[in-house]
Design a protein around this ligand. Structure first.
Ligand code: HEM
Length: 418
């Protein structure tokens, strides 16, 4: 790592951190979400944001929308893009390029606008169609049942490390065609990268992230090279056969790997935490494991794993009560949208019988609608059904650790016992 970059970044990190904390303490609701007590229960902050005139102008310079209607508008309206006019990062470019603090990982087409977005998304879209995902169901069920059996045998376990992470890691590794996956290493990389996705907050985190990304790129690059000589019909084999540029292909594979497991792991963990805390939903699911689909949808609404996304217009766009100037960052609070009482009655109650089932923005919308939504739903259903069937009295035990991230609302550890 370049020393000059470190010094420059270190100075900026200190400013960003101190600035963030000062703003949180002085009442900026967005930044409060990073700190106790709001990080444990963001509902009050979300409500305040929703009830403010929309869009809410945060002191951080970002416009925030937190109602379901405006969040939907931002992600669907094609005038809102993911890159500012100079092609740099949302919220700050470095010499017209990506800002490593704001955007420490190259997330391939997730961070691209058309036409590049369209081209790359099409290239891999075929692996995630509902029909294709149905074909993965037996594998996913087998993996979920094996993990749940092992966990039930142990009696007390960490839901994150023992069930919620290994399942999506194994599934996405299979789809990509990563052989003999070292689940431990993937989980470590994912944790490091996941922790950095919302912007890194220390030099140590940035180094860890750089290291993790380099290892991941190394492994995927080797694999791609091998597939060029030795074709396979998995996703990496497909990229090799299509003769995709190596850098582009590796970023794409990394996006799928990373987008595919931290998020799904978070869904499973948040779902179990919310349902066992409220007791009744978990008991309902244990009695009727076939209702796991309802549990997945309600968990996505109740605690969206990805709490926000961001866009910017290249021209002035009228949004709610404001004109949004070009290059202004607009944060769409997907998590707050799931709790919008205009859409969901008693939004802070976890209700398996909710009539508005599925009306959430946890998978975003528009052209960046989550490519893995069907797969995530399949994994969520399989894991929740397997756990509830075997462990009807599952409950938390002390020791839960939340991840301090604005982007991913998740746990680092969630100890539970049968
Ligand atoms: C519960 C689990 C998941 C959640 C909550 C989730 C959430 C999201 C969200 C919110 C976005 C859009 C971000 C934006 O609008 O800027 C997104 C995009 C994406 N997701 Fe997921 N995701 C999940 C699982 C998966 C899985 C299993 C995969 C599989 C490979 C995946 C792959 C992707 C990809 C490739 C994109 C980029 C789409 C694009 O830019 O066109 N996700 N996801």
């Amino acid at each position: 790592m370049d020393l000059r970059r470190d010094v420059a970044l270190g100075a900026r990190l200190a400013v960003v951190r101190a600035g963030g904390l000062a703003l949180a303490l002085s009442g900026d609701p967005v930044l409060r979400l990073l700190y106790r007590p709001w990080i444990d229960d963001p509902t009050r902050v979300q409500r305040r944001l929703r009830e403010a005139a929309q869009p809410y102008a945060s002191r951080s310079g970002v416009l925030v929308v937190a109602t379901a209607a405006l969040c939907r508008e931002v992600v669907r309206d094609r005038r809102f893009l993911v890159r500012p006019r100079d092609g740099g990062s949302l919220g700050g470019s470095v010499e017209g390029g990506r800002d490593p603090l704001l955007e420490p990982v190259d997330l391939s087409f997730l961070g691209m606008d058309p036409p590049e977005h369209t081209r790359l998304r099409r290239l891999v879209g075929g692996f995630f169609t509902p029909a294709r995902v149905d074909a993965y169901a037996p594998l996913v069920a087998r993996l979920a049942e094996r993990l749940a059996d092992d966990a039930a045998r142990r009696g007390s376990f960490d839901l994150v490390a023992d069930v919620a992470t290994p399942l999506p890691v194994a599934v996405i590794a299979e789809i990509l065609g990563v052989p003999d996956v070292d689940a431990g290493a993937f989980a470590r990389w994912g944790q490091a990268v996941g922790a950095g996705l919302g912007g890194v907050r220390s030099l140590r985190a940035l180094h860890r992230l750089d290291g993790a990304v380099a290892e991941l790129r190394g492994l995927l690059g080797d694999l791609l090279e091998r597939r060029r000589h030795d074709p396979t019909d998995d996703l990496i084999g497909h990229l090799a056969a299509e003769d995709v540029d190596a850098h582009e292909a590796v970023s794409l594979a990394a996006l799928l790997l990373l987008a595919g497991f931290e998020t799904t792991s978070t869904l499973l963990t948040n779902a179990v935490a919310a349902m066992t805390d409220a007791r009744e939903p978990w008991a309902q699911l244990a009695a009727h494991p076939d209702r796991a689909g309802d549990a997945v949808e309600e968990a996505l609404r109740f605690d969206a794993p990805i709490q926000f996304t961001a866009r910017t217009p290249h021209e002035t766009v009228r949004l709610g009560e404001r004109d949004v100037a070009p290059d202004t960052v607009v944060m769409a609070m997907l998590g707050a949208a799931g709790r919008d009482p205009e859409v969901h009655a008693d939004p802070d109650v976890f209700d398996l019988d909710r009539p508005t089932k599925g009306e959430h923005l946890a998978f975003s919308g528009g052209i960046h609608y989550c490519l893995g939504a069907a797969l995530a739903r399949l994994e969520g259903r399989a894991a929740l059904a397997a756990l509830a069937e075997r462990m009807p009295t599952l409950h938390r035990v002390p020791g839960a650790v939340r991840r301090r991230s604005l982007l991913l609302r998740s746990y680092q550890r969630l100890p539970v016992s049968v």
